[in-house]
Design a protein around this ligand. Structure first.
Ligand SMILES: *[C@@H]1O[C@H](CO)[C@@H](O)[C@H](O)[C@H]1NC(C)=O
Ligand SMILES: *[C@@H]1O[C@H](CO)[C@@H](O)[C@H](O)[C@H]1NC(C)=O
Length: 253
């Protein structure tokens, strides 16, 4: 039932929201059209069936999107969580000329709990970052993600230049541990990924390292929307951020 509410609020709020809510989201685009079509299919299916919708949140049914088969498989590991990440990819530029290229210096994102959506409505989830990268983050970092009030699951940032960290310890009642990771592999985002200004960041395969708290073994960044820098530093400041969103799948044993 709660998922139906989430789906409904994603549609209704995005249609009724003030113009700054999804900046630029009123430019009608194929990604939004596809997203709303999927959401409305689910809503009409739920409305037609008098039975309880088959939202069981069975973690064992969680699988990576098929395009992720270009990355090493999580075979033998168990899906633990799925998070919608919404934040920025940060870059620096040595100067503002076309002779230098932006250097990635890490990411900062809030992680929101879409584990059950991934189990029950994977086709909706894979399109969620396409809409989410335009949503303004709440100022309270522990707040839910509007408009659907998706619960906060944790925070993603870089512990050091090569260590993406996923801290899933939030409020005292929600202590889900920490995945310290290292990038092992990447594939370019699929050609239909939502580019935003300069392109969608790659899909990643990360494995856990020392300092991890909990059973986490690997993390995948998939369904990326936006986040890439321009090809060169021409006209760019010495440091800048590019908005992005992606889904993160956590596997463990
Ligand atoms: C990246 O940008 C965020 C958002 O402004 C900022 O809080 C963070 O400190 C930056 N991180 C790095 C490594 O520059
Ligand atoms: C995510 O949400 C589900 C369903 O409400 C809940 O069972 C699970 O504990 C949550 N996970 C985290 C890490 O908060």
């Amino acid at each position: 039932m709660r998922l139906t509410l989430i789906l409904l609020s994603l549609v209704t709020v995005s249609l009724a929201a003030p113009a700054n809510f999804f900046d630029g989201a009123y430019d009608f685009s194929d990604d939004l059209a596809g997203f709303y079509a999927k959401v409305s299919q689910h809503i009409s299916r739920v409305q037609k069936s008098s039975a309880t919708p088959s939202a069981t949140c069975d973690l064992s049914s969680i699988t990576l999107p098929s395009y992720a088969s270009g990355l090493p498989s999580p075979d033998g590991l168990t899906p633990m969580h799925v998070a919608l990440g919404r934040g920025t990819q940060n870059y620096t530029c040595a100067d503002s000329t076309s002779k230098s290229t932006p250097k990635a210096i890490g990411a900062v994102a809030n992680l929101y709990n879409v584990t059950c959506m991934s189990a029950d409505y994977p086709d909706i989830l894979e399109m969620l970052p396409n809409v989410a990268y335009k949503i303004s983050l709440p100022t309270n970092e522990y707040a839910t993600l509007p408009p659907a009030n998706i619960d906060l699951m944790g925070h993603h940032f870089f512990y050091d230049a090569t260590t993406p960290e996923f801290n899933l310890d939030t409020v005292p009642l929600k202590q889900y541990g920490i995945a310290m990771t290292k990038k092992q592999d990447q594939i370019s985002a699929p050609s239909d990924a939502i580019a935003g200004q300069y392109g969608a960041v790659a899909w990643l395969y990360l494995t856990t390292t020392d300092g991890t708290v909990g059973k986490y073994k690997s993390v995948y960044r998939v369904n990326t929307a936006s986040g890439s820098p321009p090809d060169t530093c021409q006209g760019m400041p010495s440091s800048f951020e590019i908005q992005y969103s992606a889904n993160y799948y956590f596997f463990g044993n």
